[in-house]
Ligand binder design. Structure first.
Ligand code: KG4
Ligand code: ZN
Length: 345
């Protein structure tokens, strides 16, 4: 089984070809970072136009790299939401056109399901597993019981983790995109140099909150006079900024670790097995957080399964793989499937 995947829901134009036995024959990601950088965030209109400019060529390149003609495919999978709708339309219309022209099954994939199933790509990870999904727009704990069977255990009541990373980076002028910039800065910082809160730790339930942490970072930055440097130029404050980035990352690590520890207990009660704990989404590319979660999983007699960083941030291999999983179960979609700006798992 061979599936072409297309991803255009945010600021990456991506096309990939993946097989039923988990081989990635092609995985191309075209980042629009340079186009959005002057604005300090993703501009939906620019994103949609850029997807339109590049998607056809990228799909052709992916097929060439895989050494396949469209007729050799078993299905076309595409992110049909949630995401910036202008971009989602571009991917969905492209995928529908190919499916129609070549009479291939069409698979409308939920972007979050793509992240959720990535850990099974090329591995023998079995259901059920505990999933921490941490990206730019989402922060959720889910029990993944099967394809299309997701039981939500908890989630953020305000900001997503990636959003907190991005805002912290913007505030400190560390550059864009924020997550990797904060991780780089934090590597040289002392996390104990600033005292930041750990919202929700010790509270019942498995929800998260990051807005208080974000505000605390802003107050700490103001108090330490770190706010007036031009973007990308840390000036003489580089050391203090690194400390604050490290303190922020440490606080996030503490929060995720405590919540995942509790979630593993609940998971064991409910499913009678110790995880495994799977982490997915862009923030899962963060090495410090991966180490923290690995520690939590081990302490619970479980293990952490984290996809390679390049499969954590947005890509089309995860969409093609979700397509494979759905196609195996006969879960294809009609060509009048409507793209969805919002689409909870
Ligand atoms: O999954 P993703 O690529 O796109 C969404 O579906 O949202 O996640 C993007 C998010 C951004 O907020 C980005 O700053 C964050 O993931 N991110 C990171 C790292 N790499 C990406 N956050 C922390 N550390 C990283 N190394
Ligand atoms: Zn994503």
């Amino acid at each position: 089984m061979t599936v072409l995947g297309i991803e255009t829901s945010c600021d990456e134009t991506a096309a990939a070809v993946v097989t039923g036995d988990g081989r990635i024959l092609a995985n191309l990601v075209l980042s629009q970072l340079d186009e959005h950088r002057p604005y300090g965030g993703v501009v939906p209109e620019i994103a949609a136009r850029s997807h339109l400019d590049h998607i056809d060529r990228l799909v052709e390149e992916a097929m060439a790299e895989a050494g396949l003609e469209f007729g050799a495919l078993d299905g076309i999978a595409v992110t049909a939401g949630p995401g910036l709708i202008g971009g989602v339309f571009v991917g969905v219309m492209t995928a529908k056109a190919i499916a129609l022209a070549w009479d291939l099954p069409f698979l409308a994939v939920n972007h979050l399901e793509g992240h959720a199933l990535t850990a099974r790509l090329g591995t023998d990870l079995a259901f059920p597993y505990l999933l921490l999904l941490v990206s730019g727009g989402h922060c959720q704990l889910l029990a993944v019981e099967g394809v299309g069977c997701y039981s939500r255990l908890g989630g953020t009541i305000d900001d997503a983790v990636g959003e907190a990373f991005d805002k912290t980076a913007k505030l400190l002028g560390l550059g864009y995109p924020g997550g990797p910039a904060v991780e780089r800065a934090a590597a040289d910082g002392d996390p104990a140099a600033f005292a930041l809160p750990r919202p929700m730790i010790g509270r019942p339930g498995l929800d998260f909150s990051f807005s208080g942490l974000k505000t605390a970072v802003r107050h700490a930055a103001q108090a330490a006079d770190l706010l007036d440097d031009p973007p990308g130029d840390a000036g003489n404050d580089a050391g203090r900024k690194a400390d604050l980035a490290a303190a922020f990352q440490e606080a996030v690590g503490d929060i995720l670790a405590e919540r995942c520890g509790k979630a593993l207990d609940l998971f064991r009660e409910r499913y009678g097995k110790a995880g495994p704990l799977v982490v997915a989404g862009g923030v899962a590319a963060n090495r410090h957080l991966r180490e923290r979660l690995d520690g939590v999983a081990r302490a619970a007699g479980s293990e952490l399964m984290a996809p390679p960083p390049a499969l954590c941030t947005d890509n089309a291999a995860m969409i093609a793989w979700a397509g494979v999983e759905r196609l195996r179960l006969g879960l294809t979609d009609p060509l009048d499937f409507a793209a969805r700006p919002r689409w909870p798992l």
